[in-house]
Design a protein around this ligand. Structure first.
Ligand SMILES: [Zn+2]
Length: 372
């Protein structure tokens, strides 16, 4: 069976020479970007935990802009209870509540609270604070009262800073001190902090070897080529694709620290460092150094949307790979969309990442940013 593998391997052998530090022949645009890797054995189970790095400001939840106001009952109660709080003009109907502020002269009670987000996922130790808007603007007393439904999961201070303390779900609520019937809530999910282990200078997060802009590999880390596990998984992927009449081949596989250093320096000389950093990894930060990353087929934007790219996106997880730099995640992965770059993390984890719809950094709750 070795022979069999070797034969299949011949087709992609060219790319492996890249590992040796030379170019692969046809495709010479080693994009070097990225990071990461797997610990090498699938046995390492890591539950998916996930998600947003704490503090990081850009999680999806912020996209929610719909002001969640009090539920109808309470708002009605609030409105009817108070005697004189109704503003003269724009009575805060459910719909108008977001922007309409009412009359200019009437000092009124708080009738609505909106937040910049209504759900958030944090890792233990992380924190995040929604911005609160109380309306109408003319309300005299906009004091906030914050409470947590379970302080073992998340606490909140008087300013609304939510801090994750233990795994689970809870609700953080803010009420108007002026009109306690008016409130808004944030659904909080707290995940375990990413389990991090460092061995010989290599970082593993939940068993997944990581090389990205935050986590570097030592110059000495050199598997010498794609790992056996990654290689045979890729051969399976190639066969699976062929069965669907899709031709996938390796254009660039392993790249050593030194090779990456040269490539990156060339790009910096050509485009300047700021630009080079958007598409090429600094030495030690390329996922190609892990021996677990492969650039398939055409390494440029013309690959986007091709049947091969679409096949990879929909199927590579079945073979243990993920499209490492998905569309729309540039600000999180640190790299633009690369439909050709796949990373081996094992079938179980790749499937979990695929199903999550998250990029690897989000899935693991880590960052990808240079600190130097
Ligand atoms: Zn790549």
């Amino acid at each position: 069976m070795k022979k069999d593998i070797i034969r299949k391997f011949a087709a992609v052998a060219a790319c492996f020479t890249v590992c040796a530090g030379t170019s692969c022949g046809k495709v010479e645009r080693p994009d070097d970007k990225e990071n990461v890797t797997v610990s090498g054995n699938d046995s390492a189970t890591a539950d998916a935990s996930a998600t947003t790095a704490d503090g990081s400001s850009e999680n999806q939840s912020e996209l929610l802009t719909i002001p969640v106001t009090t539920d109808e009952n309470t708002s009605q109660a609030a409105t009817s209870a108070g005697t004189e709080e109704l503003p003269v003009s724009g009575q805060p109907s459910e719909e108008a509540s977001s922007q309409t502020t009412a009359g200019t002269t009437t000092a009124s009670q708080v009738s609505d609270i909106s937040l910049t987000f209504y759900d958030v996922t944090l890792t233990v130790g992380g924190s995040k604070m929604p911005i609160v808007t109380m309306s109408p603007e003319t309300a005299e007393n906009k004091k906030e009262i914050w409470t947590s439904s379970d302080e073992k999961i998340a606490t909140v201070d008087s300013l609304g800073n939510i801090k994750a303390v233990g795994e689970g779900k809870c609700t953080i609520t803010v009420k108007s001190a002026d009109n306690p019937a008016v409130s808004a809530s944030v659904a909080v999910t707290v995940k375990a902090a990413p389990e991090e282990a460092v061995a010989d200078g290599v970082t593993y997060i939940q068993g997944i070897l990581i090389a990205n802009k935050t986590y570097a590999l030592p110059a000495s880390y050199n598997p010498g080529g794609l790992t056996n596990e990654c290689y045979s998984a890729f051969m399976n992927l190639v066969s699976g694709a062929a069965a669907d009449n899709i031709n996938i081949y390796c254009s660039s596989g392993f790249r050593s620290y030194e090779t990456q250093r040269q490539i990156y320096n060339e790009y910096v000389a050509k485009d300047g460092q700021a630009k080079a950093d958007t598409y090429s990894a600094r030495a030690g930060h390329s996922e190609h150094q892990t021996g677990l990353a492969i650039d398939c087929n055409i390494i440029d934007d013309s690959f986007t949307g091709t049947p091969e790219a679409i096949w990879l996106e929909n199927n590579c997880h079945k073979y243990g790979f993920i499209v490492r730099y998905p569309k729309g995640k540039d600000h999180i992965t640190g790299y633009k969309y690369e439909p050709w770059h796949i990373r081996y993390i094992g079938v179980e984890k790749a499937t979990a990442v695929y199903n999550s719809g998250l990029c690897l950094e989000e899935y693991l709750g880590i960052t990808s940013q240079y600190t130097y």
